[in-house]
Design a protein. Structure first.
Length: 81
């Protein structure tokens, strides 16, 4: 069994109101020095079979088709054994 990990983040040019809200809350709670927060999402997908190049290609296709909105988000894929 292998695990696919997909991290999805807003593209740098897209405003992140949730990240800004977290940054403001951190400052109000006394966590100084935080200059920026970006919020994203992470998917962990367990897949039957080996962690090979075919799985990596399928994972890229999954992420680009369903898990990320390619207009406003970027993603990275990592395959773990």
């Amino acid at each position: 069994m292998a695990r696919v990990v997909v991290d999805v983040m807003l593209k740098p040019e897209i405003l992140d109101p949730q990240g800004q809200a977290v940054q403001g809350a951190l400052a109000r709670l006394g966590f100084g020095g935080v200059t920026s927060v970006r919020q994203g999402k992470r998917f962990e997908i367990d897949v039957a079979g080996p962690a090979d190049d075919d799985l990596a290609a399928r994972a890229e296709q999954m992420a680009g088709t369903l898990l990320a909105n390619l207009v406003i988000e970027d993603f990275t894929v990592r395959v773990e054994p």
